[in-house]
Design a protein around this ligand. Sequence first.
Ligand SMILES: Nc1ncnc2c1ncn2[C@@H]1O[C@H](COP(=O)(O)O)[C@@H](OP(=O)(O)O)[C@H]1O
Ligand SMILES: [Mg+2]
Length: 261
Amino acid sequence: MRTAVPDLAELAQALVPVTREAGRVIMDLYAGTVATTLKGDGSPVTEADRRAEAIILPALSALAPAIPVVSEESAASHGCRHGGPFFLVDPLDGTKEFLKRDGKGSFTVNIALVEGGEPALGIVLAPALGRLFIGIVGQGARELSADGTVRPLSVRQPSGDALVAVASASHRDAETEAWLKVNRIGDTVSIGSSLKFCLVAAGEADVYPRFGPTMEWDTAAGDAILRAAGGMTLAPEGTPFVYRKPGYRNGAFVAWGGGRP
Ligand SMILES: Nc1ncnc2c1ncn2[C@@H]1O[C@H](COP(=O)(O)O)[C@@H](OP(=O)(O)O)[C@H]1O
Ligand SMILES: [Mg+2]
């Protein structure tokens, strides 16, 4: 039997206040000191990750009880075996930037729905920047400001020859550096979190190459927004970049705006 998926526009609308509430909790903790522990892979997890997740998971099970959730901080959810649609949640992506308090605010709350191996819906909030992005693949992407203003998002055609790239601020690797050197990149902006996908979706950058490891919950929401805005994430060799891989581990990818070769 097919899992019942709610209407995606209604689901996206219902997720806006949930995401904003998670963002509020994160910003309360950003203002003070935050208890931090290291996970098995050496990456930090904070009280902010856990508290944001505690808002998002009950909301998802109330909104779509039949759809399984795979969330970064809930190890228990990672064993779930399913063939149908599922949510991918990263309650706080860019934890290193969150802990740095470098004033750039590049950390995000992420909720995605994956269907048939592809991201179908994504919502990304950068609470320190007050930027909230929503994408439904096939229906378009938009940015919602706090006062309710809605701005449609669309990837841009690169101006001239040189592309503007966005790349990780904390997890750069030699292969990404090499790719940036050989791919007519004029300028590279270092930014934490899934905000990189959103900037390409919004036409504020042209490409996001990533060869170092990420997990599917880091990318699915931003990727949905990018695809909904007319962009595409591909493996470096140009093959489709799909979801529900073993261990939810991503391989290398290049997220393209309108300048895809
Ligand atoms: N060795 C590794 N294995 C798997 N994922 C990794 C990793 N190093 C970094 N990441 C992922 O990269 C994300 C950060 O990306 P960026 O550098 O673009 O901000 C991290 O998200 P979290 O911050 O949620 O832990 C983490 O999931
Ligand atoms: Mg993450």
